[in-house]
Design a protein around this ligand. Structure first.
Ligand code: NAD
Length: 260
């Protein structure tokens, strides 16, 4: 379905980004991956997912908190693949503290990585998408783009912000073949959430299993994690022809979290 298209997935060395990159690769898209850590292992997994289509996979290590590095990555992508047809803004970090104790440098980093980076990739990718009259921008927001939780001021502010950016980008391109939508996961068991489970277990001196159950029980009625594979399939749907007129939605996959 996506043969001949190229997708940039930011923060795709791990977790949800890796799952989305694999799902798009399985549909035949070339992938430009990005993120910290073991890029070679991620590259191999993505290449394996797209093997039947003979896709190309490349890596750029831009730090998504740095606009100049994002510009370099976008220029590299355009040169290496001609055009970036699909941009998945996924890179993100978390920090938990109450507002009055929130470290200023953490606030700035979360806003830069979880929100401003998507503005930069979007503004730089749009002209070529508009010229081709086809493009897909998918923002990995969160259920925290729709509702708040204590101790997560920067994250919730950034995620509400990216839902707003999604709507405006969708509206500005509404008469074209370029769509922009957001995905809003509830809990997904990735390294980002594992840290929160571990911190909870340590703080209360309880087992990891008990901390996991407690975490899910507070917010997620299904008592199940959403998986990166399921989120990957939603991204594939947004890229399909059936989603040509899906514009500016914030689609939750949250086990009922936001329905409460
Ligand atoms: P993760 O920690 O597994 O992956 C984060 C990815 O972002 C990694 O590849 C990491 O290297 C990359 N990254 C972090 N800082 C970066 C930077 N400065 N520059 C470039 N890359 C950077 O986390 P995840 O859970 O897969 O999260 C991915 C996205 O999904 C985030 O935007 C997160 O807010 C969102 N999300 C996660 C959950 C969840 O429950 N895990 C729920 C809702 C939304």
């Amino acid at each position: 379905m996506l043969k001949g298209k190229t997708a940039l997935v930011t923060g795709s060395t791990s977790g949800i980004g890796l799952g989305i990159a694999q799902a798009l690769a399985a549909q035949g898209a070339n992938i430009l991956l990005n993120g910290f850590g073991d890029s070679e292992a991620a590259k191999a997994q993505i290449a394996a997912a797209g093997q039947a289509h003979g896709i190309s996979v490349d890596y750029h290590g831009a730090d998504m908190s740095q606009p100049a590095e994002i510009e370099a990555m976008m220029a590299f992508g355009a040169q290496r693949f001609e055009r970036l047809d699909i941009v998945v803004n996924n890179a993100g970090i978390q920090h938990v503290a109450s507002v009055e104790d929130f470290p200023v440098e953490k606030w700035d980093a979360i806003l830069a990585i979880n929100l401003s980076s998507a503005f930069h990739t979007t503004r730089l990718a749009l002209p070529a998408m508009q010229q081709a009259n086809w493009g897909r921008i998918i923002n990995v927001a969160s259920v925290h783009g729709l509702v708040g939780s204590v101790q997560k001021s920067a994250y919730v502010a950034a995620k509400h912000g990216i839902v707003g950016l999604t709507k405006v980008t969708a509206l500005e391109n509404a008469t074209t073949g370029v769509t922009c939508n957001a995905i809003c996961p509830g809990w997904v068991l990735t390294p980002l959430v594992q840290k929160q489970v571990d911190a909870r277990a340590a703080a209360q001196n309880i087992s990891t299993e008990a901390a996991t159950k407690q975490l899910l029980g507070e917010k997620e009625p299904s008592m199940q994690f959403t998986t990166p594979q399921e989120l990957g399939e939603l991204a594939v749907f947004f890229c399909s022809a059936a989603a040509n007129n899906v514009r500016g939605v914030a689609w939750n996959m949250d086990g009922g979290w936001a329905a409460q």
